[in-house]
Write a protein that binds this ligand. Structure first.
Ligand code: DC
Length: 218
């Protein structure tokens, strides 16, 4: 079991997916599960400031991850494929707030632990090493400078056909960092045992090799 935590836009999901493929492990994108619930809240008109309604919604929702051909995840929300839709700016804008609701988290965390039970997983998120899989064999903290993370997110948004500007993307990521670092036991944090990987100025291959070196050493 490998835990990979870090802030938004650090390149975590790309490298986690490739590392999982190289090791023959299953990649699990926990952020995608929170995004699926945020999407459902948007569709139902449930405000991100209404924890009771969000928790009730989560308890009657099925979020499922399937392995896609590229090793990434297909995300099913009550059986519907929402893989592309959960990346929309509207979802990104509310997901951190939605993911702060304790009962909603509890439901997804149970599912995440069940997925990891058989071992052989690379799980990507914020609280994986600290809370979801504290017994993980290896824990990585993948990060990059705010500017670089904003540039990458912008490129990704453009690729997906969304219209966005750098300053707005940077502000949104900074706001998300702030929220993600203030969620009590689920906060994004560097653990003493985490291996810190700074991806600023590095290409994907370089980062993947760096992580695989640590895995081989283990
Ligand atoms: O990794 P991402 O940016 O797709 O995650 C979307 C949001 O979900 C992010 O703002 C924080 C939240 N999240 C979380 O609270 N815990 C996780 N394990 C993963 C994501």
């Amino acid at each position: 079991m490998i835990a990979m935590d870090g802030p938004a836009g650090a390149g975590k999901s790309t490298v986690a997916r490739i590392v999982a493929n190289r090791l023959g492990y299953l990649y699990i994108d926990t952020g995608a599960m929170y995004r699926a619930l945020a999407l459902k809240a948007l569709r139902l008109g449930i405000a991100e400031t209404d924890p009771e309604a969000l928790a009730a919604m989560a308890e009657s929702t099925e979020v499922e991850l399937q392995r896609a051909p590229d090793g990434g995840n297909r995300v099913l929300l009550d059986g519907e494929d929402v893989t592309a839709e959960i990346r929309s700016p509207a979802v990104s804008a509310i997901v951190s707030k939605v993911s702060a609701v304790p009962r909603l988290r509890q439901r997804l965390i149970e599912a995440q632990r069940a997925l990891a039970r058989a071992g052989g997983v690379v799980m990507d998120g914020r609280d994986i090493g600290s809370y979801v899989l504290p017994g993980a064999d290896l824990k990585f903290y993948v990060t990059a400078s705010l500017q670089e993370r904003a540039r990458r997110r912008l490129a990704q948004l453009h690729e997906e056909g969304h219209v966005a500007e750098l300053a707005a993307v940077e502000a949104e990521i900074a706001r998300r960092d702030e929220q993600d670092m203030n969620k009590g036991v689920h906060s994004l944090m560097r653990l003493p045992e985490s291996i810190v990987i700074d991806t600023t100025g590095k290409c994907v291959d370089e980062v993947v090799e760096e992580i695989l070196r640590h895995c081989r050493r283990k």
